[in-house]
Design a protein around this ligand. Structure first.
Ligand code: PGA
Length: 233
């Protein structure tokens, strides 16, 4: 089953987040491989709402620091203690707005792995050529046999309504996998993100190398997100 990751960003206040989650819990039949990433505001409630289901919870970010003296950050240890097993790491919005470096992305991955969390590592979305992708992977990935998930989201496709050509996305992801395997020693799952919606999801789902989708805008309305998950069959 292909993965579907919902990135809720800052789209909802507390109450609306909880209604979103309750609707999904009640209505989603195809729960396997669905990971929902609400704001830190309601992670704890999401863990409770989805208890006993197959739906997994992820944070939208995690601190790269080991020290406890980091005001405003949330550590992997704290997330894990709540029952959060996934975290999006290095999303291009955070890279752009906070000037996140490859070193910082790598630190976040390390903190996740130390705490037995599975990082969903976003590439910067700037590199499209092989050399750029290769360099980026060698900068952020570490040698580990612990599982990580990679996300390939071209910057121009995020939130723009202009998704990448699914064939090209498939080809690029195939290359990312082959390069990541050289560093990790195993082939990680790689998901595509960037303006995935009901009109194009089928094409992406059919692609051999694309292991799943990271969805922002089209996850905002829970009925639509439900349909996207069910469309995996
Ligand atoms: P989008 O966002 O689906 O709105 O393009 C994807 C993302 O930011 O991860």
């Amino acid at each position: 089953m292909k993965l579907i990751v919902a990135n809720l960003k800052m789209t909802k206040d507390y109450k609306a987040s909880l209604s979103w989650a309750s609707f999904l819990m009640k209505n989603l039949k195809s729960q396997r491989g669905v990971i929902v990433c609400p704001s830190a505001l309601c992670l704890s409630e999401f863990v409770d709402i989805f208890k006993g289901s197959k739906i997994e919870i992820g944070a939208q970010d995690v601190s790269g620091y080991k020290s406890e003296a980091v005001t405003g950050d949330v550590s992997a240890k704290m997330l894990k203690s709540l029952g959060v097993n996934y975290a999006i790491v290095g999303h291009s919005e955070r890279r752009r707005l906070y000037g996140l470096s490859s070193e910082q992305v790598k630190n976040k991955i390390e903190r996740c792995l130390e705490n037995d969390m599975l990082p969903i590592v976003c590439l910067s979305g700037k590199s499209e050529d092989k050399k750029g992708l290769r360099n980026e992977l060698s900068e952020i990935l570490l040698v580990t046999d612990q599982k990580i998930i990679l996300a390939y989201e071209p910057e121009s496709a995020i939130g723009s309504g202009k998704h990448m050509d699914p064939n090209l996305a498939d080809k690029t992801i195939s290359y990312i996998k082959s390069q990541a395997k050289k560093i990790l020693g195993y082939t990680p799952k790689v998901v595509y993100g960037g303006s995935v919606c009901k009109d194009n999801i089928h094409e992406f789902l059919q692609k051999k190398h694309i292991d799943g989708l990271l969805i922002g805008t089209a996850a905002k309305e829970v009925e639509e997100f439900c349909q996207l998950c069910e469309s995996r069959g």
